[in-house]
Design a protein around this ligand. Structure first.
Ligand code: CA
Length: 231
């Protein structure tokens, strides 16, 4: 899942982005309100983490403007002081949730997970595709009860597929939600990662959950394969 982090304080932005990446999220950083609105207009983010105190345009204005443009992306607002008026203003501007600085990183992660669940109307912390189970809290993956070891990036890719089961995902869409703005569109990284991931998920299992749709992309599905013989 891809997050836009809007924070003008470089050390805080760096630390948060690093922590989120370690938890499998793709992260872009914007350092002021105008840059944030520009980024939101060109990329399809899954979540925005928005500091209130920002140069050029503050977080409240950014939130109001993106809502006015019809963007329904979940917004987690970071407020500096724990003042009731700030929180009310944040929620009134269209934010979905807020955290007061300083906050515990674990709490930020929990809010992020909750907002991403809300976006997908998911009730549980586990995604299930046939006998494949993905725990979004612990990031543990099991198939037929056997734990599968994945790298952070492989996990991020798998979670994105599992949130979009039965839907064919093309390169552009995968790049947009699993990689950040530094992704090289001319590389074959996605193919390499998908092949590696599907080997880990499907090798040794009679039912293959990953399928290739030639010229279109890949799909993760519990439905029986039909007419797809490509390995
Ligand atoms: Ca700030």
């Amino acid at each position: 899942m891809r997050i836009l982090l809007v924070e003008d304080e470089p050390s805080a932005a760096k630390m948060l982005a690093k922590g989120l990446r370690e938890h499998s999220y793709a992260v872009d950083v914007a350092q002021d309100g105008e840059a944030a609105l520009y980024q939101i207009s060109i990329y399809d983010y899954d979540l925005v983490i928005l500091d209130v105190m920002l140069p050029r345009k503050d977080g409240l204005e950014v939130c109001r403007e993106m809502r006015a443009l019809g963007a329904s992306i979940p917004v987690l607002m970071l407020t500096a002081r724990d003042q009731v008026e700030d929180r009310i203003a944040g929620l009134d501007s269209g934010a979905d949730d807020y955290l007061t600085k300083p906050f515990d990183f674990g709490e930020l992660l929990a809010r992020v997970r909750a907002l991403l669940r809300r976006g997908e109307a998911l009730q549980s912390e586990t995604l299930t595709v046939a006998d494949l189970e993905i725990n979004m809290r612990s990031k543990r993956v099991r198939r037929a009860g056997q734990e599968i070891q994945l790298t952070v990036k492989e996990y991020g890719l798998l979670e994105y597929f599992a949130r979009n089961t039965d839907r064919v995902l093309g390169r552009a869409e995968i790049a947009e939600h699993v990689w950040d703005e530094n992704f090289d569109v001319f590389s074959n990284l996605i193919e390499v990662y998908v092949q590696r991931l599907r080997r880990k998920i499907d090798d040794g299992h009679e039912v293959k959950l990953f399928q290739t749709r030639r010229g279109e992309g890949y799909v993760l599905t519990a439905a029986e394969e039909n007419g797809d013989s490509e390995k």
